[in-house]
Design a protein around this ligand. Structure first.
Ligand code: B12
Ligand code: SF4
Length: 645
């Protein structure tokens, strides 16, 4: 038995390219259990080989996998998220046509809640694994090796089709009791980490660590609690510290991304880990790390220890500043009213840990005042966040199948033209995927929005505009924005509405007040932005630009960008600009920023001009920059050393 485990392709919408931790773990485990395994990360292939694959994505992926089958793979497993389920199915269908007897399985979080439907509707899928892969796959494949036939009957965790066509849902499987039993990641079965990093820029060094699995909560918009059956397990503090230390041996690894969604849920565990890592850090044996957490799990003591251990960033799901809306979404952040949430955000920033404040706009029950409260919360926290600063990430509700919100909502969700799906950016774009998505709306609600809320699609468009514009304003001009709020007595929502009605950008809105203090603040924040671009933590890094996962590397220092570039240009596909620093200390952070289409085009032009040229940039780049400057599209720093001929 030679098992081929592939992750379905996706464009890396976060702006950093990370190898798939699930495949690395499963690969190591299967091999340790005597099963020959091949890993294929189709997202990596998509980024490296098929940047122009477009409509051919499924065909190209299938051709690549077909070669592995011809070379001896005898069973194929796909790993999917909701976003990659359609392309995974398209590839599986092609593989079935090419190899009618090759068993095809699917697993991963994208199967949550749709396992039986997948078996019922897609004859080329033989089985879906619900949940953890390690023991389920070894049981199945070892039996197959012994008996010579692959049979899902009696293997807990699988949903499959028996020979009469009946869907069989085997009982749930208990996950590994001790997560430390997992194997070390099988790095040698994937391309070298340095090759991944080369795709997104030499300074990108983020590496995922499967630090813990599952979540005991059940927030209505999220599938992760249910996928892991409301259980949370973490690697022991020592094992986790070992895994982070081991990353130092991987060329290209610079920061660790701990995958567990609720770091700090077990405070004693988190403290023990931080203390252990701090010792290793002091001995030069640890990398900086970032985590995902809930604010009710992060108190002052833990935050201080996290910072000491080298934590530089944390993704926190605030969701809404309204307790009522949070509670309705089953995200009750215990013991934390809005003032306490704010205090914790500021504690993080003061400790040098950048909080990414993730909020969801348009959750059921959200009234105008709740929305206003959320934006004001963001305005206050971004303005007062010292040291680490704060990032803002706003989303709309994409009710993925299998989450609480999707239950009974079949008629209440649909795609809304002009609003790209947050949970599937860069995915589902090819014609074969579109056919599937439209034919099976219940399976692919990842592309939908909640259209049954007050205001319907028009209100969603309004929220989408907020999600696109406000984070940019708050992250660029946090203090000026707060000063404008104080000066006008208006909240962040009203200010947004005014900009929208008058079709002006924030800078203009601020200048129109003709207030000396605000002008000075604005000039200061603009100069800080320029300074950050020229001298700040991005100085030694590269600016990369991602077009649906296509990185364009700019091997020169970032440019001063005029502050008045129109930020409201329709974005179409998502564009992300990624600033990466080579961390020289443990407080360095990375910044991923959504940018407007006109900035996209400027960077694209620059990228083309400097592609293939090592720094210092060649004459063509300088000529190109001069043209752009002549067209008033950019303004160049006064004497940027890297741009001198
Ligand atoms: C790392 C990560 C990423 C990395 C991906 C790295 C990579 N190359 O895979 C990056 C940053 C690129 C990423 C991107 C996105 N992500 Co993400 N990501 C994660 C994260 C934090 C960890 C995933 C992980 O590897 N866990 C560890 C491994 C061990 O677990 P696992 O993958 O689930 O695998 C186990 C089992 O599921 C099973 N299994 C998995 N595959 C298979 C296959 C077979 C055949 C079998 C038998 C078993 C099996 O066995 C494995 C071991 O037991 C999870 C949250 C989480 N904690 O899980 C979110 C998560 C997977 N991401 C999510 C989302 C929504 C996204 C984005 C859409 C976000 C966005 N808005 O852009 C994008 C998708 C990009 C795209 N266009 O498709 C959601 C998916 C929800 C869903 N229902 O699909 C999650 C669950 C976060 C959440 N709480 O909602 N992500
Ligand atoms: S949003 Fe976070 S806390 Fe809530 S269920 Fe998902 S992973 Fe758990």
């Amino acid at each position: 038995m030679r098992f081929l485990l592939a992750s379905a392709p996706h464009a890396d919408t976060f702006g950093y390219s990370m190898p798939p931790p699930g495949l690395l773990r499963l690969g190591g485990w299967l091999r340790r259990n005597g099963i020959e395994v091949l890993l294929e990360d189709l997202a990596y292939r998509q980024a490296s080989l098929w940047s122009d694959a477009g409509e051919q994505l499924a065909d190209d992926a299938a051709a690549l996998l077909a070669q592995k089958v011809r070379d001896g793979a005898t069973c194929l497993g796909f790993s999917v998220m909701g976003a990659t389920l359609p392309i995974g199915l398209c590839i599986a269908e092609r593989m079935r046509r090419a190899f009618p007897t090759l068993p095809i399985l699917i697993g991963g979080p994208g199967t949550q809640g749709v396992d039986a439907a997948l078996i019922e509707r897609f004859p080329f899928v033989d089985a879906v694994l619900r949940g953890e892969g390690e023991e389920a796959l070894t049981g199945l494949l070892t039996d197959a090796q012994t008996s010579g036939t692959l049979s899902f009957r009696g293997h807990a965790g699988f949903t499959w089709r028996d020979p009469s066509g009946r869907i069989v849902r085997e009982p749930d499987r208990s996950p590994l009791a001790d997560l430390d039993a997992v194997a070390a990641p099988a790095w040698d079965l994937l391309p070298p980490l340095a090759d991944y990093k080369a795709l997104t820029g030499a300074a990108d060094g983020l590496v995922p660590v499967d630090s813990g699995r599952g979540c005991a909560y059940d927030c209505s918009f999220c599938t992760i609690g249910r996928y892991w059956r409301r259980r949370s397990r973490a690697l022991s503090p020592l094992r986790l510290a070992d895994e982070i230390e081991a990353l130092q041996q991987l060329p290209g690894a610079r920061q660790a991304y701990l995958c567990h969604d609720i770091f700090g849920a077990d405070k004693q565990h988190a403290l023990a880990f931080c203390n252990e890592l701090e010792h290793r850090k002091d001995a030069g044996r640890a990398l900086p790390f970032e985590v995902r957490a809930r604010l009710d799990h992060l108190d002052a003591e833990l935050i201080e220890r996290m910072a000491a251990a080298g934590c530089y960033r944390v993704l926190v799901g605030v969701e809404s500043a309204s307790k009522r809306v949070r509670e309705a979404a089953n995200k009750d952040l215990k013991g934390t009213d809005t003032a306490e949430l704010e205090r914790r955000v500021l504690l993080l920033a003061e400790a040098g840990i950048t909080p990414i404040l993730s909020l969801i706009l348009g959750l059921p029950g959200e009234e105008r005042e709740d929305l206003a409260d959320s934006l004001n919360f963001l305005a206050r926290t971004t303005a007062h966040a010292t040291r680490g600063g704060a990032q803002v990430s706003l989303h709309l509700v994409n009710p993925q199948p299998g989450c609480g919100l999707s239950e009974g909502l079949a008629d209440a969700t649909r795609e809304v033209p002009g609003i790209p799906p947050d949970m599937a950016l860069g995915a589902g774009l090819t014609a074969p995927e579109r056919v599937l998505i439209e034919a099976h709306p219940d399976l692919f609600s990842t592309w939908h929005l909640l259209t049954n809320q007050v205001g319907g699609a028009a209100h969603l468009r309004f929220l989408h505009e907020i999600a696109r514009e406000v984070p940019e304003v708050l992250m660029r001009y946090p203090r000026t924005h707060l000063a404008v709020m104080q000066h006008t007595g208006q909240g962040a929502l009203e200010l947004f509405e005014q900009r929208r009605a008058q079709k002006i950008i924030f800078d203009t809105q601020a200048r129109l007040l003709a207030d000396e203090r605000i002008d000075a603040l604005l000039a200061w924040e603009q100069s800080k932005l320029r300074g950050a671009a020229r001298l700040g933590p991005w100085r030694q890094g590269t600016l990369d630009f991602e077009d649906g996962g296509r990185p364009i590397e700019l091997h020169h220092e970032p440019l001063e960008l005029p502050a008045d570039i129109e930020p409201n240009t329709p974005l179409g596909p998502a564009y992300f600009l990624v600033g990466r620093a080579t961390p020289t200390d443990f407080t360095s952070a990375m910044a991923t920023r959504r940018i407007s289409a006109d900035l996209f085009h400027i960077y694209q032009d620059l990228g083309k001009a400097c592609r293939g040229h090592a720094a210092p940039p060649a004459r063509e780049l300088l000529e190109h920059l001069a043209t752009l400057e002549g067209g008033a599209l950019i303004s160049l720093p006064t004497s940027p050393p890297a741009l001198r001929p």
